[in-house]
Design a protein around this ligand. Structure first.
Ligand SMILES: Cc1cc2nc3c(=O)[nH]c(=O)nc-3n(C[C@H](O)[C@H](O)[C@H](O)COP(=O)(O)O)c2cc1C
Length: 324
């Protein structure tokens, strides 16, 4: 069985079926470019509010920015109103996205209170209207990202995958954990298999993928593709590593030194994209994923998170790298 292969999502063909998950505050343009370099077949942008786009929010507008180096890219939108969802999908298309994804899996209270994210899983009629509105408004493929369940009492993955297919979605991503579990616990591979058996569109499995063994498990369950979230933070080359491992090659090892060099490069790209203040600030949020596994890592991280200037950060990293 071949585990790694191109993926056909509507009119888009990806080079492989390993996909970077959308992660708010993390999968912005600089990080997506890095993950494509790291072997991802498709990268997903952090979710952007359809409502905020409608009101011309500058921060949300910037979230739609697509770098020419980052194709194929999927823009994820969230919202609860058909018109603003249709408008946001059009905006994503105009910005250069290769596909648009509708979020129906986010368990964050603020999002749910506004009628978006995982609450849509229990209002199938509304979810269908939103998805159809997005599908009708653009020429690029529209996909759905949702979960296998809200809680452990009832599995909804197969129903929601079918709903997505019936509404014209080109693929569906299922996070194989219940919304009640947020991001913790083992993925439910049986629930993924049931959903895969229900539809013809590609089902992309997500949740807890950190190595080739889990990729095999998901593909054996019937998934066409596999989406990786936190496994890529601090290791954007995980996609290539998994491809290598499945091809019987030795994956290039990510030692602390290599990881720090990649992180510094990402910080520099963040500064170029956002400016120094915001770029450094955003970079800090994931420092725990990057600055680790060497003797004085905690101390270095402590110094780094107090730094505002890129020049100071470069000096700190140069000192650390020379000692590793
Ligand atoms: C910090 C963070 C932000 C996230 N933001 C989003 C988001 O914007 N949209 C979304 O659909 N899922 C979001 N997720 C969920 C991920 O896409 C993914 O489903 C989840 O992390 C499980 O995959 P993993 O176990 O490989 O990390 C987020 C997860 C994390 C940890």
């Amino acid at each position: 069985m071949t585990f790694i292969h191109p993926l056909q999502i509507g009119s888009v063909t990806t080079k492989n079926n390993l996909i970077l998950a959308p992660m708010a505050g993390i999968t912005d343009s600089p990080f997506r470019v890095l993950c494509l370099r790291g072997g991802a077949g498709l990268v997903c942008a952090e979710m952007v509010s359809a409502h905020a786009l409608h009101y011309g929010n500058a921060k949300s507008g910037k979230m739609l920015q697509v770098n020419p180096k980052e194709h194929p890219v999927s823009m994820q939108i969230f919202g609860s109103d058909e018109q603003t969802i249709a408008e946001a999908a059009k905006n994503a298309e105009a910005a250069g996205a290769d596909m648009v994804d509708l979020n129906a899996g986010c368990p964050v209270k603020k999002i749910n209170k506004a009628g978006a994210g995982c609450v849509l899983m229990k209002d199938e009629a509304k979810l269908a209207r939103l998805l159809e509105a997005a599908v009708k408004s653009v020429k690029i493929p529209v996909t759905l990202k949702t979960r296998i369940a809200l809680n452990h009492k009832e599995f909804l993955g197969a129903r929601l995958a079918k709903l997505a297919e019936d509404c014209g979605a080109a693929a569906v991503t299922l996070h194989a954990r219940a919304a009640a579990d947020v991001h913790s616990g083992e993925p439910n591979v049986d629930a993924l298999a049931k959903a895969c058996a229900e539809v013809k569109i590609p089902v992309i499995g997500n949740g807890g993928v950190l190595n080739a063994a889990r990729v095999k498990e998901f593909i054996n369950a019937g998934c066409a593709g596999v989406m990786i979230g936190r496994g890529a933070v601090g290791n954007p080359f995980i996609f290539q590593d998994i491809c290598d491992e499945l091809a019987g090659k030795t994956p290039s090892s990510q030692d602390s030194k290599k990881r720090l060099e990649i992180y510094l490069n990402l910080i520099e790209e963040n500064v170029a994209f956002y400016g120094e203040r915001i770029g450094v600030n955003r970079s800090r949020k994931t420092s725990g994923y990057w600055i680790k596994d060497f003797p004085n890592a905690a101390d270095v991280r402590g110094q780094f998170v107090r730094m505002d200037a890129l020049s100071d950060i470069r000096k700190l990293f140069a000192d650390v790298l020379s000692g590793l």
